[in-house]
Design a protein around this ligand. Structure first.
Ligand code: AMP
Length: 309
């Protein structure tokens, strides 16, 4: 599964939210669930490579989570503990889990977040810019020295309100990883293939479109690739699935040490496989304890599902 032991892979720098989530799920309400885009991505990337995480938490964020991340090979020295409450997001899922509504967002300490990279993180070769204000994503890029890969995520809020500065980020992005709704909104075109072409014209060298239970697509100079999602029997909570996917993809590339078309295609299959575990438990419960063995077994199964002689 891995090109090298994860400790020997290039490190991955991840910037993004660390949060408490209140979730209204078909199976019931779950409150104070530790989440945040960077948390999910750090857990999944750490299966493949050493991870450095940059974010902010309040005094209420559990020390046990930071310890657990450390035990998984995540350097948390870039996590600032600020006076106040941790970022909080509340969402309600539809009965089929396919759509969700944001009920509340409380920025709390995240409101004043200005990413400050520890000196040791400045030359990290693989960088993942999680979904934060694009101006902050630019601040991060100003602090790193010639990374080999800049992977970027964003969301509807920034596409709607910060298109110009987001454009500056896209111009510096090697790999844009967004979901299909965000793609359509960014391109102002409902058709995925046309929208992808349009977005690639905005700067990113490659584009990955996450489509939930419909899998993921890659658009690059070799054309288009489709990776199916692993069909699950027991879907519990899709929160963080997209971030888990993106973290696994960037971690996989860092482990491979290559960013060519074939590695990216394998990375998409791998990332889909890792993300499927996320959905099987509330919050990071499954991903936080995931093993390479469990991922390999599922990847083989996924591979079997797309063989047709
Ligand atoms: P995903 O399901 O992959 O879109 O990720 C959901 C995670 O993103 C949750 O854990 C939230 O805490 C976090 N999140 C939700 N809204 C925001 C936001 N506006 N900025 C940053 N992170 C967010």
């Amino acid at each position: 599964m891995l090109s090298k032991p994860r400790e020997q892979a290039s490190p991955v720098l991840i910037i993004g939210s660390m949060a408490f989530d209140d979730l209204e799920l078909p199976s019931g309400n779950e409150n104070d669930v530790v989440g945040g885009a960077a948390t999910y991505a750090a857990y999944s990337a750490s299966l493949f490579a050493p991870v450095q995480i940059v974010g902010v938490v309040g005094n209420d964020f559990p020390e046990a989570t930071l310890l657990n991340l450390q035990q998984r090979g995540v350097d948390v020295s870039g996590v600032e503990r600020a006076a106040g409450k941790t970022f909080r997001w509340k969402g309600r899922y539809a009965a089929n889990l396919a759509s969700r509504t944001t009920l509340d967002t409380q920025l709390n300490v995240f409101a004043d977040f200005r990413p400050k990279l520890p000196a040791a993180f400045a030359s990290t070769p693989f960088v993942m810019l999680g979904n934060i204000h694009p101006a902050l994503q630019l601040e991060v890029l100003a602090q790193v020295k010639k990374p080999r890969l800049v992977a970027t995520d964003t969301m509807n809020f920034w596409i709607e309100g910060e298109r110009k500065v987001l454009g500056e980020v896209l111009a510096k992005t090697d790999l844009l990883v967004i979901n299909d709704e965000e793609l359509r909104q960014l391109a102002e075109d409902h058709n995925i293939k046309r929208a992808a072409k349009r977005v690639l014209g905005m700067g990113p060298k490659r584009l990955v479109v996450k489509r939930g239970e419909c899998g993921a697509m890659l658009f690059d100079d070799q054309g288009c690739f489709f990776a199916p999602a692993y069909p699950l029997e027991n879907e519990v909570d899709p929160t963080g699935c997209g971030d888990t996917f993106a973290g696994a993809l960037v971690g996989y590339l860092a482990n491979a040490g290559e960013i060519d078309g074939n590695t990216l295609r394998r990375g998409l299959m791998m990332a889909g496989c890792v993300a499927s575990f996320c959905v099987e438990g509330v919050g990071t419960r499954k991903t936080a304890v995931l093993t390479q063995g469990a991922v390999s077994t599922r990847l083989e199964e996924l591979h079997g599902l797309v063989q047709f002689g």
